[in-house]
Ligand binder design. Structure first.
Ligand SMILES: [Fe+2]
Length: 436
């Protein structure tokens, strides 16, 4: 049970409402911090992969209006004429700059007007009602996680912009050498997914039992120094390591190192939020596509873990270290933008799973070998466009969250997904191998 579930069970509806109000305030502070920039920065499209920042800002308010005000509060649309502009399924990201979007000042005014009414709905709603949107405050968990996810997207946009001075950095604990680089997970049945985490998405449900043969998994994510060996060994020039589609993608796009990396003589540099710095060797590699992760794993004589293997390595808890919410002390994981980068390998010994696998949560999203598919017994809730329309053999699953992911928007059952060519997300990986 998470802290939130404990609040639900013990503190009664008033305690839960206070927590929701505090989390709503915190996420909005975050969104406003990432859009505290001049208008040109906010309305410009920094990459065809991304929306202008001002679109994300108004979109989170519009989503909150649809779900909290209209669905739960029964309130008439505030600005029905703008709904279609912020419907992610009506206009692809590349077309969004040419839409008649709300400007930065208007967007801030709109989302703050929505938020005022959301707090009125929160005040009046019965969180013990049987309706699944109201029960346990699910609808508030939905909009909170959604806004944090867009905040992470905004960070990816800010990184793509290469503009310095907009994203704060911070301190992280030092790394430690690893005793054994791999951990053995014995054969056996484990429970995948959840029926009990209060704000879990439909795609994390239902909990189901799965048998896995024994396997080995890397204790920590693959670091820059390990990845550099692959680069220096000509990994990007040897088709033996690549799936044909991945090879073709890398050739066509001239990919020969992680995104944002450049070589100067013997030194590799990277751009991080507009500043150049030498690639830090002990950090988990990030900004690699699934194809690159898969090629590295083959070169290393291994493979990517399936998402079931990744989740089993967490040890069957809400977080690898147990049930304690990662939001409070930060002892366990690098989440919630403490610093604007992954932590060095070994920085969070207290966050290890019962098997001794480290840094599963936070630092970098981890690519897995699995397609994004429904679990047996999946039931769509509350709408098809959250998960259902993405199921199939198009998207690969990522697990564990990154340094940019908020603690409220990740857990061991949480599933993210993306195209195997994507590299602007804060993604890395670890490897696995089957028992001999
Ligand atoms: Fe969205």
């Amino acid at each position: 049970m998470t802290d939130l579930d404990a609040v639900l069970a013990n503190a009664g509806p008033t305690g839960l409402k206070e927590r929701i109000a505090a989390e709503l305030a915190a996420v909005r502070e975050r969104s406003l911090a990432y859009t505290d920039a001049d208008d040109d920065m906010l309305v410009r499209q920094h990459s065809p992969l991304m929306s202008p920042l001002v679109w994300d800002l108004a979109h989170v308010g519009n989503y909150e209006e649809l779900w909290v005000l209209r669905e739960v509060g029964g309130i008439e649309p505030l600005r029905p004429e703008i709904d279609h502009l912020y419907d992610a399924f009506k206009h692809p990201r590349k077309d969004r700059p040419s839409l008649p979007l709300l400007g930065p000042a208007e967007a801030r005014k709109y989302i703050s007007g929505v938020r005022g009414r959301v707090l009125d709905v929160l005040d009046q709603v019965d969180l013990a009602a049987p309706d699944p949107l109201r029960s346990g405050g699910y609808v508030f968990g939905l909009v909170l996680q959604h806004e944090h996810q867009h905040d992470e997207t905004m960070l990816a946009t800010l990184q793509l912009s290469r503009r310095p001075g907009l994203v704060r950095d911070g301190e992280l604990p030092p790394g430690r050498p690893a005793a054994e680089p791999e951990v053995h997970i014995p054969a056996g049945v484990f429970t995948m997914g959840t029926d009990t985490v209060a704000w879990a998405y439909d795609n994390e449900r239902p909990a189901h039992r799965i048998y896995l043969p024994g396997y080995w998994i890397d204790r920590r994510p693959v670091t820059n120094v390990a990845y550099l060996e692959f680069v220096e060994d000509g990994g990007y020039r040897d088709p033996r390591w690549w799936l044909p589609q991945g090879w073709e993608w890398a050739e066509r796009n001239g990919v020969e190192a992680p995104l944002y990396w450049t070589r100067d003589g013997d030194t590799w540099w990277r751009v991080r939020f507009g500043r150049e710095e030498p690639v830090p060797l002990d950090e988990p590699v990030q900004h690699v596509s699934w194809y690159e992760a898969d090629a590295y794993a083959r070169w290393a004589g291994k493979r990517l873990p399936t998402e079931a293997e990744w989740e089993k390595a967490c040890g069957g808890r809400t977080y690898p270290w147990g049930e304690a919410d990662p939001g409070h002390l930060g002892r366990w994981a690098n989440l919630g933008h403490r610093a604007a980068r992954p932590a060095p390998a070994g920085a969070f010994p207290d966050g290890a799973s019962p098997y001794g696998v480290e840094q599963l949560i936070g630092d970098v999203w981890e690519w897995t070998d699995s397609w994004f598919q429904p679990y047996p017994g999946y039931r769509c809730f509350p709408y098809e466009e959250y998960s259902k329309v993405f199921f199939g053999e198009t998207y690969r699953v990522l697990r564990g969250g990154s340094w940019a992911t908020h603690p409220s928007a990740v857990r061991t059952t949480f599933r993210n997904w993306d195209y195997p060519i994507r590299r602007q997300i804060f993604a890395g990986f670890r490897c696995a191998r089957s028992e001999e």
